[in-house]
Design a protein around this ligand. Structure first.
Ligand SMILES: Cc1cc2nc3c(=O)[nH]c(=O)nc-3n(C[C@H](O)[C@H](O)[C@H](O)COP(=O)(O)O)c2cc1C
Length: 381
């Protein structure tokens, strides 16, 4: 009888992405996470009131949101109009945004960030050189609108005696994030920015205790995590890592070894999550398997991101390759993404030209993507 019932039962399996999950002390109602998305609409590095609507649109009761990369100090910027969290004014400006997310039952982490050498003198105090693990510069990068390139100034290699100051900047930023009301912070250790510039052997050419061996290259990111954990508690700390990526000329000759070393070392801090970015290119371990060794080695919640759609995400959860999936471009263009996934509804297309502000109306391509129950209005990608 039981076998017959199972065979004839309608297939009402729960959608894996829409199942609840307990992340440390946070009870998530589903596994569809808003990935951190820089939007360049925070004038003079201060979050703006228009972010209240943008983030609250993307909030669901019990959903996890990660705020856009947010600078930890006045040397941390390398892009126009990105938010910071090192001044009182910035902390106050974040408060209504965080409150709006909480009012709808969201859990909100702030990604804390230093760009390192992905910058130029125009973003630096007193026109000084950007700082990094190295004094090697990077090539200009094409702008997203195709209008020319972003120039980077060759960086100044941080002296060993300056490293404690960097760690302290992350510590204070974490304290400020909690003061602003965030539920936690995500240390940005990915994508070729400062901490990744220490991690990766194609960038880090130091000869002190922060360069050379794998252990030495991982030292600064781990000291940052330790300081942040010490400041706000491990249950409020996550980290983002992209060992397989080589954004801004930040590749590593052995990304799997690097990723595994980091997650094993992170285990001793009991941080709440590790958020890893898929390479989605190359063939280490075959498609979708690249992050699996890190996932297996890490004791906390594992978030995967990078190129996932609904089906990929469901499969990754069902196969236990991740606990949560972070969505970037799809969530940017679909404020009600978890609901659309629940209903398997069609998605709005994202418009690459309005990812960043680029001198147009800041609300365009920001808080004007339609909800499912609004008039259908597909935006061209
Ligand atoms: C407009 C835009 C801004 C982004 N800003 C950030 C950021 O601030 N911090 C970060 O770690 N990743 C950032 N990313 C990467 C995304 O978080 C995500 O990893 C990437 O888009 C791949 O996921 P997807 O395929 O779901 O879009 C950004 C991506 C886009 C498209």
């Amino acid at each position: 009888m039981a076998a017959t019932a199972a065979a004839t039962a309608p297939s009402h399996q729960p959608t894996p992405l829409l199942t609840p999950y307990k992340m440390g002390k946070f009870n998530l109602s589903h596994r569809v996470v808003l990935a951190p998305l820089t939007r360049e609409r925070s004038y003079k590095n201060v979050p703006q009131p228009h972010a209240v609507l943008y983030y609250s649109q993307r909030t669901s009761n019990g959903g996890l949101l990660i705020a856009e990369a947010t600078g930890v100090s006045d040397t941390a910027q390398g892009y126009p109009e990105t938010p910071g969290i090192w001044t009182k004014e910035q902390v106050e400006a974040w408060k209504p945004i965080v409150d709006a997310v909480h009012a709808k039952g969201g859990i909100f982490f702030c990604q804390i960030w230093h760009v390192g050498r992905v910058s130029n003198t125009g973003y630096q105090p007193n026109g000084q050189a950007p700082i990094s693990s190295t004094d090697k510069g990077i090539s200009p990068t094409p702008r997203v609108d195709g209008l020319g390139h972003t120039e980077h100034t060759p960086p100044r290699r941080l002296r060993t005696d300056e490293i404690p100051g960097i760690i302290n900047d992350f510590r204070l930023a974490a304290r400020n994030a909690i003061e602003a009301g965030f539920d936690g912070v995500e240390v940005h250790g990915a994508h070729g920015y400062l901490l990744d510039q220490f991690l990766k052997d194609k960038v880090n050419d130091r000869t002190d205790q922060y360069g050379g061996s794998l252990e030495n290259r991982c030292r600064l990111p781990l000291e940052v995590v330790e300081a942040v954990v010490d400041e706000v508690g491990a249950d409020r700390v996550g980290i983002r890592l992209s060992p397989f990526a080589d954004f801004s000329e930040s590749g590593d000759s052995n990304p799997l070894q690097l990723g595994l070393y980091m997650v094993n070392a992170l285990n001793k801090f009991n941080i709440v999550y590790c958020h890893a970015v898929e390479p989605r290119v190359g063939s280490v371990g075959g498609p979708d398997e690249n992050l699996t060794p890190m996932r297996k080695a890490f004791n906390g919640t594992f978030i995967a991101a990078g190129g996932y759609d609904r089906e990929d995400g469901n499969r990754a959860i069902a196969e236990n390759r991740a606990d949560l999936i972070a969505y970037g471009r799809l969530f940017l263009a679909n404020p009600d993404l978890p609901k659309r996934f629940a209903l398997n509804a069609p998605l709005n297309k994202y418009n690459r030209l309005t990812f960043y502000h680029l001198n147009s109306d800041p609300l365009v391509g920001y808080s004007d993507y339609p909800f499912l129950d609004e008039e259908s209005n597909s935006v061209e990608s």
